[in-house]
Design a protein around this ligand. Sequence first.
Ligand SMILES: NC(=O)c1ccc[n+]([C@@H]2O[C@H](COP(=O)([O-])OP(=O)(O)OC[C@H]3O[C@@H](n4cnc5c(N)ncnc54)[C@H](OP(=O)(O)O)[C@@H]3O)[C@@H](O)[C@H]2O)c1
Length: 344
Amino acid sequence: MKSAQIIEITRFGPSEVLKIREEPISALSDGEVLVEVKAVGLNFADIFERMGLYAAAPKAPFVPGFEVAGTVAEVGLGVKNLTVGQRVFAVTRFGGYKSYVKTDQALVKPLPDGFSYEEGAGFPTTYLTAYHGMINLGHIAVGEKVLIHAAAGGVGTAALQIAKIFQSEIFATCGSPAKIEFIKSIADLHAINYKSQDFEQEIRRLNSGKGVDLIMDSIGGRSFRKGYRLLNPMGRLIIFGLGDMMPSGRRRNWLKLAYRYLTLPRFNPFKMMPDNKTIAAFHLAYMFESVNRLGKAFAQLLEWANAGKLRPIIGRTFPFEQAAQAHDYLQSRKSIGKVILTLD
Ligand SMILES: NC(=O)c1ccc[n+]([C@@H]2O[C@H](COP(=O)([O-])OP(=O)(O)OC[C@H]3O[C@@H](n4cnc5c(N)ncnc54)[C@H](OP(=O)(O)O)[C@@H]3O)[C@@H](O)[C@H]2O)c1
């Protein structure tokens, strides 16, 4: 029987809890596909999972990972439109940090034209997140003013590319001069370093006192309050992350977390109605069962990717065995675009 290399979160804690081991690959069921993995996409959620701060995650030990790319190694009975040797990417609900991934055919798609394995592994999660937030919930219209936080990151760079398709006037925040330079190189935008500038004041200054129509916010804390204030009438604040809850040290600090939780804003419907402002929130991990409802999003994203309008930005790759170093790098806030693990 063939075996796979897998990387597990053995218990909650710092990156050393990630351990590699071998696991036998069981036989395929009908409709399943075995992918020989060449690249694994990392997500900020993987860090939350490892720290034990991700409610949707299984109990440790478990294998993290939401996305891989590679070649089809085997197909089960009833698999249509996928053949052995084909270059593909696949979506997983955990279980992506593996050298072979077994999954349902519906979650495996051919790589878009010209995509490398690294780009394929960096595609599904970030672009689906940006699409669902900006299009399904945010109803982005051509020419609107859009604010994107953590704009140099995985989801952030995907959101910048979608905003470009909609010819948005883009305001984008990130946390270092290097990231500011980088985001300016991918779109014509107003770049704001939130560490040295107050983004609310800066946007009003740049915008003759006015606000924005759509906000993609994965930061939380004070930024939700400021974002709500910044919305123009009919504006939409899309909440999809709580980066601010990430511990700055190697371990969880329950007091700090409790403080951050208790100081999250509570929005008042009596105020939201006359303000005509919308707040929407989502979490893809809880939508996995209804992933078919995201079929339209996937089809549109693939069309844009094949037309050259979207291309994942791969900031850095690490060999598969160095998942711990890759986690430390993503958690350091220095990463740009996607961080990817590669396999030979
Ligand atoms: N709801 C969903 O379905 C869903 C799906 C995917 C991702 N997400 C969320 O979207 C966000 C982006 O995900 P990603 O994987 O693309 O990560 P990423 O943006 O590549 O990396 C995270 C970035 O968040 C920013 N950040 C803000 N506060 C932070 C803190 N306290 N500690 C560390 N980083 C902090 C940092 O950038 P700056 O300092 O430059 O701002 C950092 O580089 C995450 O919050 C993630 O949980 C949600």
